[in-house]
Design a protein around this ligand. Structure first.
Ligand code: F3S
Length: 424
């Protein structure tokens, strides 16, 4: 990699041993992917590691070393959601013990470390840092060093920023150095589509299943989706952005997609159109039948497949304000239709702390709480990803949560029927 004199000086230790090690890691990472140089990050960072899992000893050691050396990130940063929220996601004594003494015993220490190196504020824990309410919102063309897969794919595709799918800790190191290696999705060539996705469905597909089908097919390639604007239109409204957020998270978790283009809708597709498609691009046609096949292929990992669900998570990635209000209204009117006062399954709607705080002041939220639904800013995956919670029959309409835990996936309409008792 071609380095500037300043970078060579840092590597030679002119800004201390810790800075030299941090830069060396970023350079080595770039070398592995054939990068020619480092380029400046132009927008604040977002970290994927938000949980104080005891096993991550090297992370906590590294953070201590960074703090002792007096190093901070160039800009204040945001971070993924917390793994615990005892106030809204109840735990029994045993669960609490497992969380606080074993699983997340370093949570307090890690949050203190994050603060010392530049965490934006105490409310900066969400995977949807790009919501206006949260404020870590890049603009088109910005260069980022993020690692949270759902945020990377959103920033690249819906905003038109440029970011590779970095790993955890690489996001931390590049936020300190203020640079990332230039390769892959940072380049014009790397943003061209390897696949044409031809949407031939009879109605707007469920975002989470369409994203899953495409992710499973193209893996880490770039898809160019044609025919979706028939249903979504050509403007990035709040509803459309919510759809694309969930769609993208599913492409990124069921496959490893870091960027997609939607014909006539996402910024680069609007600007460059078919010029974004590589000459030898492969074609994947999506029909109603194909989506049903993908949906039916999801395994049920519960011990007892006939168990009654005990918990439902909606909002992975975190819900936007518009999505939260939609769900709240749908649940309350679903309960009215079935003549019930409370949901049949304990339900948690997850959203960013800023949106949750505002929403909790509303009458709609109070009604929702009376109906047995809670609003939290937890990461459902971190909550379920342990031997105790993992055994529970949990349901979700998040394909990311389904993929990384034993939670059972249902379509949104079916989830609504289950929790409001409308499936009887
Ligand atoms: Fe966000 Fe946690 Fe889901 S980070 S995307 S809520 S797994």
């Amino acid at each position: 990699m071609k380095l500037t004199q300043e970078e060579k000086d840092i590597l030679a230790g002119k800004q201390g041993e810790t800075m030299a090690k941090i830069l060396k890691t970023v350079v080595d990472f770039g070398d592995v992917f054939g990068a020619n140089k480092l380029v400046p990050i132009t927008h604040a960072s977002h970290f994927v590691t938000s949980f104080g899992i005891g096993l991550l000893k090297p992370l906590f050691r590294t953070m201590d070393e960074i703090i002792d050396a007096g190093i901070k990130t160039k800009e204040p940063f945001t971070v993924d959601p917390r793994p615990i929220d005892y106030a809204n996601v109840k735990c029994n004594l045993l669960n609490k013990l497992v969380f606080s003494k074993i699983m997340y015993k370093e949570q307090k220490r890690y949050e203190e470390q994050l603060k010392k190196i530049g965490l934006k504020d105490d409310k900066s824990f969400t995977c949807t840092c790009y919501f206006e309410e949260v404020g870590n919102l890049p603009k088109k063309g910005d260069i980022l060093g993020w690692a949270e897969s759902s945020a990377v794919v959103y920033a690249n595709s819906v905003i038109g920023a440029r970011c590779n799918r970095n790993s955890g800790m690489l996001d931390l190191f590049s936020a300190i150095i203020g640079k990332v290696p230039e390769f892959g999705l940072l380049t014009d060539e790397g943003r061209k589509a390897d696949w044409i996705i031809d949407i031939q469905t009879s109605k707007l597909p469920e975002a989470q299943i369409l994203g899953s089908a495409i992710g499973l097919k193209v893996m880490e390639d770039v898809p160019y989706v044609k025919g979706l604007d028939r249903f979504l239109g050509n403007e990035l409204t709040d509803d459309v952005k919510g759809y694309l957020k969930d769609f993208g998270a599913a492409t990124a978790s069921n496959g490893a997609v870091g960027l997609y283009h939607i014909d006539g809708l996402t910024p680069e597709a609007k600007e460059l159109g078919k010029k974004l498609i590589k000459k030898d691009a492969k074609v994947y046609t999506i029909t109603d039948k194909e989506l049903e096949k993908v949906y039916k292929s999801y395994p049920v990992l519960w011990k007892n497949v006939n168990a009654k669900p005990t918990l439902c998570f909606i909002g992975c990635p975190h819900l936007s304000r518009t999505q939260l209000e939609h769900w709240a209204k749908d649940i309350l009117s679903g309960l009215k239709n079935t003549g019930r006062k409370k949901v049949t399954v304990k339900t948690i709607l997850t959203t960013s702390p800023q949106i949750a705080d505002k929403f909790r002041e509303t009458e709609l939220c109070k009604e929702l709480y009376r109906a047995g639904v809670k609003v939290s800013s937890i990461c459902p995956l971190m909550y379920t990803n342990n031997p105790l919670a993992g055994k529970k029959p949990i349901i979700t309409c998040s394909n990311k949560l389904r993929t990384y835990s034993s939670s059972r996936f249902y379509k949104s309409d079916d989830i609504l029927k289950i929790i409001t008792g409308g499936n009887k």
